[in-house]
Design a binder for this molecule. Sequence first.
Ligand code: XMP
Ligand code: MG
Length: 182
Amino acid sequence: MEHMDQDILKVLYSEQEIARRIKEMGAQMFEDLQDKEPLFVSVLRGAFIFMADIVRACQVRCDVEFIAVSSYGNSTSSSGVVQITHDIQQDISGRHLVVIEDILDSGNTLYFLKQYFMTKGAASVSICTLLDKPSRRTKLITPDYTGFVVPDEFVVGYGLDYGQKYRNLPYIGVLKPEVYTK
Ligand code: XMP
Ligand code: MG
C-alpha cells in the first residue's frame, strides 16, 4: 500500500500548528464580529476543511454559505478568469460577509468575489485566508485575517489539492517534483 505521505517533500505546517493558529484567528475574529451576525462564505472546494475549523474556532452567531468558482483545473498557475459555478443561496443585502479562502495567491479570485458581493449589496466583505502568498499578487487585495504567509511554492493538504488529490492530508506540505511529471 502506497501512502500519500510518500509524495510529500516537506511539511510546512503540521496538523497541530494549523489547529493552534486557527484558535488564535477565531478568537481575534470573535472580537471583531460578535455584534455583526456575520455570514461566512466558504470558497469551494479548497476551503472546505478550513471553513469547518474556523467557524468552530469563532463562536459568533452566524450562518454559512458556499460558493464555487472555476479554479486552476489541473494546472498549478491561474488562468486569471474567474467564473461562478455554484452561487450562494440567499439575499446578502446589508449583511457582513467573511469570505473564507484556503490561499490568496494572484488575488484574482478574491478580488472578483469582493466586487461581486459588494455589488449584491453586502454591508461589508472581509477576507479570511489560511494561507497568503503575497509574492505572486497581481491584484491589489489584502486579507483581513491570515493564518500563515507562505513562500512561492505550490502547496497541498488541508483542503488544497493537486489534480483534485491530497485534499485530505491533515497537514500542509510541498509535493516532490517528480509527482508533477508522473
Ligand atoms: P488566486 O490566484 O485567484 O488563487 O489568488 C486562489 C486559488 O488558487 C488556488 N491555489 C492553490 N491551490 N496550492 C493549491 O492547491 C497552491 O499552492 C495554490 N495557489 C493557489 C486555490 O484553490 C485558491 O482558491
Ligand atoms: Mg485548487
